[in-house]
Design a binder for this molecule. Structure first.
Ligand code: CA
Length: 217
């Protein structure tokens, strides 16, 4: 049975959510504060659904604290429209997703299903001496971690995952989606040239007018 840790200080909402999750076959561990959440996060928990505004602190700070000590289980934030919730701050803290209150129950359930899938261990992608560790967002070359920025990591991951040419538009779209900050064509070129310095200039082939392609050596 899948176990969720539900952190929400509004007892009525928490009760309703607990019932909803239980009807879907989840086991729910409840917490109403940061302190309780820390206490109740045990080894059985597979995913965390957490309110941002808690009486004794904030869910984002708790998420950051957990990630800092290597806690990798997926976290979905519940945020209220009137609460100060900055999407970038939330996701930067290591949160995987968020829904804004009031939300539809069905939407929350489907997000949680996706969340739990994303938390499942992925097979490490290895190609041509490069190994991707998606949990740690790290790529190693012959065992040594490459000093990549987050953007370079994402670009390299897309290149390694594709056997063909990765279109510029697809890269721009992926980078835009994640960070919320727009990256234009020139910025992409700059990231690409920095990435090339780190992986080897001839590793990434430019296909003029189309995009980029990884080159196995
Ligand atoms: Ca709250």
């Amino acid at each position: 049975m899948t176990v969720l840790l539900l952190v929400e200080d509004d007892a009525v909402l928490r009760g309703g959510l607990k019932e909803l999750f239980m009807r879907e076959g989840y086991r729910v561990i409840e917490a109403g504060s940061v302190r309780e959440a820390r206490e109740k996060l045990d080894d059985t928990v597979q995913g965390i659904v957490m309110d941002v505004g808690l009486p004794d602190g904030d869910g984002i700070a708790l998420c950051r604290e957990w990630r800092a000590r290597g806690e990798m289980r997926p976290i979905l934030f519940l945020t209220a429209k009137d609460e100060e919730f900055d999407v970038v701050r939330g996701l930067d803290s290591g949160g995987n997703d968020y829904v804004t209150k009031p939300f539809r129950m069905q939407e929350l359930l489907s997000r949680v299903r996706v969340l739990l899938r994303s938390g499942a261990p992925k097979n490490a992608l290895t190609r041509d001496g490069f190994t991707v560790d998606e949990t740690r967002m790290q790529i190693t070359k012959d065992g040594a971690a490459l000093p990549l920025t987050l953007t370079e990591y994402k670009i390299l991951l897309m290149l390694l995952e594709s056997r063909g040419v990765v279109p510029r538009e697809k890269l721009l779209e992926a980078l835009w989606d994640d960070g919320g900050k727009f990256i234009d064509d020139n910025t992409l070129s700059v990231h690409m040239s920095r990435l090339r310095e780190k992986v080897g200039t001839d590793r990434v082939r430019t296909v003029r007018g189309v995009g980029y392609q990884w080159r196995d050596m």
